[in-house]
Ligand binder design. Structure first.
Ligand SMILES: NC(=O)c1ccc[n+]([C@@H]2O[C@H](COP(=O)([O-])OP(=O)(O)OC[C@H]3O[C@@H](n4cnc5c(N)ncnc54)[C@H](O)[C@@H]3O)[C@@H](O)[C@H]2O)c1
Length: 320
């Protein structure tokens, strides 16, 4: 395979991060972008010398691509992935997989039947600090996990509407749940409680705060707190306690992470400016080109994290 021909559906915030990373790779051409918001699509298409579409389905229909990135809000998933599978087109999709569980489970079945390369934007999995944390706990099993996503309400208009974004646990805290699975192991029991918000426009709003308790297969226990009512991000990350150590992983921004490990020897602190979005993009491109096997969040695995987030968001939803 020569140069890789890439399309990107959605040209908002996270698409900007992926497109900036893709532009640094010398074997990639971003040939087309799509977004229904015309001025955004026009600007991004011009910046990358790419063709512009209003609709992602048209983009896939019209272009000869090696892979496509889906950087759309949670409510927009389903038809795009179905079309990619139909065309045998490998896709990278931003988390969450969807605003609900049913859509993602349906796509997961199609992906499994197709054997198509996929990757999901759980970018923490590509951080060197996370690899280091996993090595640290490998022979000292975690006993207790405390996770947090304590933040403000994102300004994008779809976010606060639960029917569009899914809610904070599906949309944001899903990163923390994914990290919990990666570092502590699979979850066998989950309970959740929410502080509801009062809606003003007939739409169900995203709860103001949530508490989730977890029991892991290993016997470890955990809790994850979320809130969306702060003026700025306060804390996003996890704290893990095991026999003789406490480990903290924190994200200040997508390219600003910190690992602190305290043991009897004192505290080790490491801060990283590594770009995990570029790392996950590179790993997926290499998989598409048949040159690598380092996709750390394929669709099937991401569905397990999404299922936890959906169960936490709507504990009584029998569809999960
Ligand atoms: N991995 C991360 O840390 C991370 C960070 C930010 C956002 N995200 C995820 O990325 C997704 C998008 O978030 P964002 O912050 O970029 O939002 P955004 O609102 O800035 O951008 C989304 C874009 O998608 C466009 N869009 C909507 N429906 C579409 C459709 N059917 N086809 C094509 N384009 C469509 C919108 O017009 C908008 O321009 C969300 O699911 C979010 O959770 C992930």
């Amino acid at each position: 395979m020569g140069r890789l021909r890439i399309g990107c559906v959605g040209t908002g915030f996270i698409a900007g991060k992926h497109l900036a990373a893709l532009a640094t790779f010398d074997d990639v051409d971003v040939v087309a972008v799509a977004d229904p918001v015309e001025h955004r699509a026009v600007a991004v298409a011009a910046e990358h010398d790419a063709r512009r579409y209003a609709d992602g389905l048209d983009l896939m229909e019209s272009e000869d691509l090696d892979a496509v990135w889906f950087c759309v809000p949670p409510f927009a998933h389903g038809p795009l992935e179905e079309a990619a599978v139909r065309r045998a087109l490998p896709f990278f999709v931003e988390k969450p997989l969807a605003h609900d569980y049913r859509t993602a489970a349906h796509i997961a079945r199609l992906v499994a039947d197709s054997d198509l390369p996929t990757a999901v934007g759980y970018h923490w999995r590509h951080l060197d600090l996370v690899t280091k944390a996993r090595e640290l706990v490998a022979d000292r099993p975690p006993l207790l996990l405390t996770g947090s996503w304590l933040d403000g309400t994102p300004p994008v208009p779809w976010w606060v509407r639960r029917g569009l974004s899914g809610g904070q646990l599906i949309e944001q805290t899903t990163h923390v749940l994914d990290l919990a699975r990666l570092i502590v192991g699979e979850v066998i029991d989950l309970r959740a409680a929410h502080v509801a918000a009062v809606g003003t426009d007939g739409e169900e709003p995203v709860p103001l705060a949530s508490a989730v308790s977890l029991r892991f297969e290993s016997g470890a226990v955990g809790s994850v707190s979320s809130a969306r009512v702060l003026p700025v991000r306060h804390r996003v990350g996890i704290q893990v306690v095991g026999d003789g150590y406490v480990l903290e992983l924190t994200e200040r921004a997508i390219v600003d992470h910190e690992l602190n490990v305290t043991t009897v020897d004192g505290t080790m602190s490491e801060r990283s400016g590594q770009d995990p979005v570029a790392a996950e993009d590179r790993a997926f491109l290499d998989a598409v080109a048949g040159r690598g096997d380092d996709v750390r969040s394929p669709y099937a695995d991401a569905l397990l994290t999404h299922a936890l987030a959906c169960r936490a968001e709507r504990p009584t939803d029998g569809g999960i």
